[in-house]
Design a protein around this ligand. Structure first.
Ligand SMILES: [Zn+2]
Length: 403
């Protein structure tokens, strides 16, 4: 047999395994006969693939009773405990890690605060400590970690695995993928934080699977992840979605990116703090780029503070006017305002909605599904989905079994 034939056979085996795994993910539990019938494969082929997957612990087999007249049969399902998945979110003022099993049930979650303007190497040292602790947890549960996805609020070069440029932090060309893959001995993926949030919202939650969606990540920074016809728009270098640094107001305030009047300077966390202070609202803030004041602002809104509510309504209008431009550009069915500031902005959802409707062509928002405020874990969830999808696309049969 030639090298080419061997390669082709291995490739077909892998593709068939991917198809079997996807059937089990979507429709499981299933019998071998069900799978063969749906995929148009022979029983022998399915049996061979399944025995590889069972040997690799990716699939489990359970006996079921077919009733008095039937013989006991065997049903297959994905094994939720064949390994673990990890996601890390590096934000301006904190680093968070989430670990789940392969069934995407949470095993551990940890968060550590970091000083604003912390240097890249210091932040990454803290982040690496979190990864190590999560890996220890995984080992205690006897689960091998399949990989880690790191989400970061900046321009991320996924090919080279670099944090290419952070408009807020000023970090440039920080290598991550290669060094961490060597250090931790597992695949490492890097992802823009808004893209990860969009993937998380697309993969989990009440709007999962929505094909045309704008996900706005609103925090200290501002960026969007946009799904068009079911595909996340990345662009030539993967940097698509930097909507926070589009010109929004004339003679606006200086932005961290070097320009003036960017959208983020009107609706980002620093902008909301500035506007609250301008209205005479006293609010405790750890630092200019930190968002730990959100909780106290929420308390003021809940206590009926009309000044705070008026400021937030104005910001909500600015959010809506910017979103209207995106809605006209991408024609989504769903707009999700996520990120850490979204918890606060949910109180002015009517202002956001009204501004979108006022500045969009007729029929484009008929109807528009707007969700303001999410769990705040969208980017971590998106990271988990990224690692899960990578395994589903390349189950590495045989290699897993040898572990
Ligand atoms: Zn800017």
């Amino acid at each position: 047999m030639s090298e080419q034939q061997r390669y082709d056979r291995a490739d077909i085996r892998r593709l068939n395994a991917v198809s079997v795994l996807n059937q089990l993910r979507v429709n499981g539990p299933l019998s071998r006969a069900n799978i063969a019938s749906v995929l148009g494969l022979t029983r022998a082929t399915v049996s061979n693939i399944v025995s590889d997957l069972i040997e690799a612990s990716m699939v489990t087999e359970t006996e079921y009773d077919a009733g008095r007249t039937g013989r006991p049969g065997l049903l297959l399902n994905l094994n939720p405990n064949c390994g673990s998945l990890m996601a890390l979110d590096i934000d301006i003022d904190r680093v968070s890690v989430l670990m789940t099993n392969f069934g995407q049930e949470v095993l551990s979650r940890e968060e550590v605060e970091i000083a604003p303007n912390c240097a890249a190497n210091e932040t990454l040292a803290v982040a690496a400590g979190l990864v190590e602790r999560a890996l220890e947890q995984s080992a205690l549960s006897q689960l091998k970690c399949f990989g880690l996805c790191v989400a970061w609020a900046g321009l991320v070069d996924r090919e080279d695995g670099q944090l290419a440029y952070g408009p807020t932090t000023g970090w440039e060309h920080v290598p991550l993928k290669c060094t961490w893959e060597q250090r931790f001995g597992m695949p490492v993926y890097v992802e823009n934080e808004a893209h990860a949030g969009a993937i998380g919202a697309h993969h989990f939650g009440e709007r999962q699977g929505v094909r045309n969606m704008i996900y706005l990540s609103l925090g200290v920074g501002l960026a969007a992840g946009v799904f068009v016809d079911g595909v996340l728009i990345r662009g030539k270098l993967g940097f698509a979605g930097q909507v926070g640094h589009t010109a929004f107001v004339d003679n606006g305030v200086n932005c961290s990116c070097g320009k003036k009047g960017c959208w983020v300077t009107e609706i980002g966390a620093s902008a909301v703090l500035r506007k609250l202070a301008g209205a005479g609202v006293e609010i405790s803030a750890y630092g200019a780029s930190s968002v730990d004041w959100i909780e106290s602002a929420i308390q003021k809104v809940q206590a009926g503070d009309s000044t705070v509510l008026a400021v937030l309504s104005d910001v909500g209008e600015q959010i809506g006017l910017g979103l209207a431009r995106l809605v006209q550009t991408f024609n989504p069915s769903t707009v999700i305002v996520g990120g850490r500031l979204s918890e606060l902005m949910r109180y002015v959802e009517p202002s956001i909605r009204a501004a979108i409707l006022s500045d969009t062509l007729p029929y484009m928002t008929d109807p528009l599904d707007l969700i303001v405020g999410t769990s705040g874990d969208d980017s971590l969830r998106g990271g988990i989905a990224t690692v899960f999808d990578a395994i589903m696309k390349n189950p590495m049969i045989g290699e897993l079994a040898k572990e």
